[in-house]
Design a protein around this ligand. Structure first.
Ligand code: NAD
Length: 408
């Protein structure tokens, strides 16, 4: 899928064949097998990966995922997508991704720490604050980043905050990082609404997923005057055409045993029904492949803003496009997270930290500027926003590669 998407952009750009070949492959992939002594004294061997896709525009950047289903090919595709995402919002990074094949639910906290520190040691031959900077992804969090930062610091003999982002604020994390992805989604939604002449104030919003991205996007959309009529998590979905109280859902229901479906003043529906609700904007912010050829025909939103990575399948993209529904693609819509990760890294390297307001203003400026560029490219090439975003991202990386030349 990642290579097919690159091929589409390459056709628009009339990309040289050799250059296309360079961009279609990862620069480096490492596979590590490493032992961890479990709490019961037994030794368990884990497999992990770190893939760097492209370094033409700067050091590589990308999350570390802990999940039982990861493999080196998926990690490589995710690294390539990170390259385009960083280029679309024009931050000076290439893409990377890391993963460990593990079910974290089966580990104690001590085992998780040992696995993390050993994995960090195994990949330190290619990871570093000037070469490749990991961040959290599925199954990892700020605590895991703190352990990685400490492992690199112990091995180098000095504190090295810039080696990972998404750290706790107390040890070099950035203000605004936790909210950054959801904030970026709402800025992108605001810009898209303006383009199609939709009033954000009073617009009815549906959010799939009520985790970091979805819950913050819902809260900020509500603060900006929208009415959030439907939300969901892995357990189910809820709907109230008069609007749902997002702050209350977050503080009293999310993350608790029953989850948001315990909230009483609403209609309980399925996640499938949620995607088909009558609304103005839909933010799929949970997992991949949710809007598919089977259900895309039922989507009634005028605007789909992708908080999640890959929530719309290529077949569904065509159906939405035929229905005149505008899709703001993941590489643009959810790039707020990597933008503020970049801010975190810059602050760490300078040991000079910014106020939250400054972080948010800079993020908003980048999101609006990037949106305008993608929108203009879409009109110029008479295509959809996803293809336009790829055209921009691939062109920036291709240009940097040509300008640098091939060594030696
Ligand atoms: P999260 O784990 O905090 O939240 C995920 C939410 O989705 C949870 O509420 C979960 O219950 C819900 N969910 C899971 N399966 C579901 C299903 N089948 N139907 C409905 N809801 C379901 O994760 P997150 O950090 O919010 O990430 C969400 C998505 O956004 C992922 O695709 C992630 O790759 C992407 N993303 C996240 C960031 C970030 O900074 N957190 C940045 C860019 C992209």
């Amino acid at each position: 899928m990642a290579r097919d998407q690159l091929a589409v952009a390459a056709r628009y750009l009339n990309l040289d064949e050799g250059l296309h070949e360079v961009l279609s492959r990862p620069k480096r992939q490492i596979i590590v097998n490493f032992p961890v002594v479990m709490d019961n004294g037994e030794v368990q061997v884990y497999e992990g990966y770190r893939v760097q896709h492209n370094t033409s525009r700067g050091p590589t950047k990308g999350g570390i995922r802990y999940h039982p289903d990861v493999d080196v090919d998926e990690t490589t595709a995710l690294a390539m997508w990170m390259t385009w995402k960083c280029a679309v919002v024009n931050i000076p990074y290439g893409g990377a991704k890391g993963s460990v094949k593990v079910d974290t639910k089966l580990l104690s906290k001590r085992e998780l720490e040992k696995l993390t520190r050993r994995f960090a040691s195994e990949i330190n031959i290619i990871v570093g604050e000037r070469s490749d900077i990991p961040a959290p992804d599925i199954g990892t969090n700020a605590q895991v980043m703190a352990w990685i930062m400490d492992t690199f610091s112990m091995q180098s003999g000095y504190t090295m905050p810039g080696v990972v982002t998404g750290k706790p604020i107390e040890m070099g994390g950035s203000q605004g990082r936790v909210e950054a992805t959801g904030r970026g989604v709402v800025v992108a939604a605001g810009e898209a609404a303006r383009m199609i002449g939709m009033d954000f104030n009073g617009a009815r919003v549906v959010v799939q997923g009520f985790g970091n991205v979805g819950s913050i996007a819902a809260r900020l959309a509500e603060e900006a005057g929208a009415i959030v009529v439907g939300v969901s998590d892995a357990r189910g979905a809820i709907y109230n055409p008069k609007g749902l109280p997002i702050a209350e859902l977050y503080s009293k229901y999310a993350g608790r045993d029953g989850g948001i479906i315990e909230y009483p003043d609403c209609e309980k529906i399925t996640n499938e029904e949620l995607l088909a609700l009558d609304c103005d904007m839909l933010f799929p912010s949970a997992i991949a492949a949710q809007i598919t050829a089977e259900n895309a025909g039922n989507v009634k939103a005028k605007l789909v803003v992708e908080g999640a990575n890959g929530p719309t399948t290529p077949d569904a993209d065509h159906i939405l496009s035929d229905k005149g529904i505008m899709v703001v693609p993941d590489v643009l819509a959810n790039a707020g997270g990597v933008v503020v990760s970049y801010f975190e890294w810059v602050q760490d390297l300078q040991n000079f930290f910014w106020e939250e307001d400054e972080v948010n203003k800079k993020l908003e400026r980048i999101m609006k500027h990037s949106f305008a560029q993608v929108y203009a490219t879409m009109q110029q090439h008479k295509t959809d926003m996803r293809t336009a975003a790829y055209i921009i991202g691939v062109k920036r990386v291709a240009d940097a590669t040509v300008m640098r030349g091939i060594f030696p």
